[in-house]
Design a protein around this ligand. Structure first.
Ligand code: ADP
Ligand code: ASP
Ligand code: MG
Length: 442
């Protein structure tokens, strides 16, 4: 079984959906195809929910009309045969009736509106496959994808339920929704923005797939963030550990948690470009890469907290007290550095910041800064490699560094800087560390 996942731009127009159909039809193996919403749709649905929360119903209804019209254009271009176009039109009309009636009721669960993007894209796509006489079965992610009360995927249940659906219906091609799931209360929920990658990886693990293919709008994982840096280039092969670090620390091409289920089950993940399918892409697998920096990513919205113990030297128990505060508020720590009397750490979830600071104040002086960024260098930093940290720091003589984390894992060096310095830092690191690898550099 191969799991294919296509992102928002890959299903972003009739023309692109046809490209997706050609890609999957080219593969003769059994497959599950996970689709995102048509690009822009989830953003519009978020905006509609925001308007509804602010009681701006007219604005919400205006946006609903606009979104609905964009689908009439898409289906006009997607189907050749009148009866398929008519079926699709009826489907869109009913869907938007449903969305309008949700908008007219008091909000009970805004995730229901958010889920409609993936429900629409998968229905339209599956209907297109039927029109071109390719047999497939649409399976609802809500029948098998679920998260528990801590918002963690219920991997055992997902496996049992999905395999039952597959065993009960023998098809060569299954189509399903990324992103959406049921939560512990059996309500519609989701795996957070960009979550279709996570869906694909969870499905891959559940069916023990041969490979998970993530198809997007770029030739694989680049060595640096192409949104902020020129002269980035795709990486042929990268280890699970390195890819997981990059995803977690901001490489938007992958949802932060999406590598873990694939890694746990040793299922290779291939990143491919829907708009350039002959390009090699990036293969993520269990491999021992050579020592050095493989790629760089950056994550924004970081809060740095520094706690200086009231008791000075030999203050054992201090770190335990600090960690207990974060445990109490279920707030994960990303980076940490310590000295004898102080500890600096970072979090990315501001939800309980006020309470955390208040609690920490009981046993230390606390300072904090918001709007920081973590720059993460992923690679193989085994201690036998010499000069890597020096090379990294040499690139950044012009950038104030607030924290450095090195040695926590063999695969990561993290630097905390101000967000305003991020683009500069990413570019300096690119020039300093990758100049020789940039294909057209002299
Ligand atoms: P999809 O809608 O297919 O899920 P995303 O927009 O979520 O696509 O992810 C693809 C985008 O990720 C690329 O267009 C690129 O701008 C961005 N990106 C950020 N960092 C990287 C990286 N290191 N390598 C490749 N793409 C990256
Ligand atoms: N449609 C969702 C989003 O835009 C999920 C995804 O595309 O992965 O976040
Ligand atoms: Mg994405």
């Amino acid at each position: 079984m191969i799991v294919f996942k296509f992102g928002g731009t890959s299903v972003g127009s009739a023309e692109n959906m046809k490209k997706v159909a050609a890609i999957i039809n080219d593969c003769n193996e059994k497959k599950i195809v996970v689709l995102s919403a048509v690009s822009g749709t989830t953003n519009s649905l978020v905006q509609i929910n925001d308007y509804l929360a602010l009681h701006k119903k007219e604005d919400a209804l205006f946006l609903i009309d606009k979104l609905e019209n964009s689908y009439y254009q898409l289906i006009k271009e997607l189907y050749n045969l009148t009866n398929y176009h008519t079926k699709a039109k009826l489907f869109i009309e009913n869907k938007f009736k449903e969305i309008r009636s949700l908008a007219n009721e008091p909000i009970k669960n805004d995730k229901i509106i958010l889920a409609q993007g993936e429900i629409i894209s998968t229905n339209l796509f599956q209907l297109y496959l039927t029109e071109i006489e390719k047999d497939s079965l649409l399976i609802s992610a809500l029948d098998f994808m679920s998260i528990d009360a801590h918002e963690e995927p219920e991997q055992g249940n997902i496996k049992a339920k999905l395999n039952k659906v597959l065993n009960d219906n023998n098809y060569q091609t299954y189509i399903t929704q990324g992103f959406i799931c049921l939560n512990a209360n059996n309500e519609i929920d989701n795996l957070k923005r960009g979550g279709s990658d996570y869906t694909a990886s969870l499905i891959g693990a559940a069916v023990n797939a041969e490979e998970i293919q993530i198809w997007t709008d770029i030739d694989g994982m680049h060595n640096n963030d192409p949104r902020f840096v020129d002269n980035t280039f795709p990486i042929d092969e990268i280890s699970f550990d390195e890819a997981a670090e990059l995803a977690y620390f901001g490489a938007k091409i992958l949802h932060p948690q999406s590598i873990i289920p694939a890694q746990k089950n040793n299922i290779p993940v291939l990143l491919k470009n829907t708009f350039n399918p002959t390009a090699k892409g990036t293969l993520i697998k269990n491999c021992n890469n050579s020592i050095g920096v493989r790629a760089i990513a950056a994550k924004d919205g970081i809060i740095a907290i520094k706690i200086k113990s009231y008791r000075m030297l030999m203050a054992y128990g201090f770190l335990k007290n600090v960690f207990e505060v974060f445990e109490k508020y279920q707030t994960p720590i990303d980076m940490i550095t310590t000295s004898e009397i102080a500890v600096s750490l970072t979090i990315d979830n501001p939800k309980y910041l006020k309470e955390i600071i208040e609690d920490l104040n009981t046993f230390g002086n606390v300072e904090y800064d918001v709007d920081m960024s973590i720059v993460c260098l992923a690679g193989n930093f085994s201690h036998s490699g010499k000069g890597i940290s020096a090379a990294v720091l040499n690139c950044l003589t012009d950038v104030p560094i607030r924290m450095i984390s090195y040695g926590g894992s063999q695969y990561n060096i993290s630097l905390l800087i101000e967000k305003n310095d991020k683009i500069k830092a990413l570019n300096l690191l690119n020039q300093g560390l990758f100049a020789e690898s940039i294909p057209h550099a002299v």
